[in-house]
Design a protein around this ligand. Structure first.
Ligand code: ARG
Length: 248
């Protein structure tokens, strides 16, 4: 368990506390997803989502404690009460809305294909037509897209526990392509120029929106999160955080 700086020793408050002490919300995140959530050199969870969630919490009057949580099974931790909320670059989908509730969207994304620089791939269909091995992070929207193209049980789909593991597999030739969230692929390429990847986009990839997830029916927390998100969009803090991670 890695907690965010300053939150690590804070006891979890059951919520009835008076005297100005705030309720602490336990937030799960798969912190292998730079620049949204990752572990820095001092073993602290940092990133765009982390700054965003902290700002939302401050604006809405609660405290947050981040807990690194493996992606596979992350949604279960809401249902069993281990986490109060999840911020993990989670795409809002109709399927997921059946089992949890989402905040208003806070980030726009789409899928991107990463291939070796010299690869002869210009569109998503090529992955199928050329019988390529495709790496994805298990259970992501990238997995859903590739499963649709190749068939869920295709031996050409190689599933990894994290997106960086899929991209590392591409670097060593274990797969021929990776399909994942655009900003994460681009960040990996920037940080690993020796990998010599190029990216291919495809108009068939839908626009995706990230949302913060809470347990289905937890309207009280969801309202607070949406209120905080609105506040930081209005007062410029959202833009500041955006600039910090995505500004030029
Ligand atoms: N946006 C994609 C999805 O919701 C991938 C998210 C993966 N996030 C992470 N922190 N590993 O499926």
């Amino acid at each position: 368990v890695v907690t965010a700086a300053g939150c690590g020793t804070k006891a979890i408050d059951a919520g009835q506390a008076g005297g100005g002490s705030k309720k602490t919300i336990v937030v799960g995140t798969d912190a292998a997803y730079a620049p949204f959530e990752y572990i820095d050199a001092s073993n602290t969870i940092v990133g765009f989502d982390i700054d965003l969630m902290k700002a939302i919490a401050k604006a809405a009057g609660f405290d947050v404690q981040f807990v690194n949580t493996v992606w596979e099974g992350i949604f279960i931790t809401l249902q069993n009460g281990e986490r109060d909320a999840l911020i993990s670059a989670i795409t809002i989908t109709d399927e997921r809305k059946k089992t949890m509730d989402f905040s208003d969207p806070y980030f726009e994304a789409t899928q991107l294909i990463a291939v070796p620089e010299n690869a002869d791939v210009t569109k998503f269909e090529d992955l199928k037509a050329k019988n390529l091995r495709v790496g994805v992070q298990t259970g992501t929207t990238g997995d859903v897209a590739v499963s649709k193209l190749l068939g869920k049980t295709s031996p050409n789909i190689k599933r990894y526990d994290t997106t960086p593991h899929a991209l590392q597999a591409l670097a060593i030739g274990e797969v021929d392509a990776v399909v994942a969230d655009n900003a994460v692929v681009l960040h990996y390429i920037q940080s690993n120029p020796n990998a010599k990847f190029k990216v291919v986009s495809d108009p068939s990839f839908p626009k995706e929106h990230y949302g913060i997830a809470v347990k289905k029916g937890n309207k009280e927390l969801l309202d607070k999160i949406n209120q905080g998100l609105k506040a930081i969009k209005a007062n410029g803090q959202y833009d500041e955080i955006y600039q910090k991670y995505f500004g030029t």
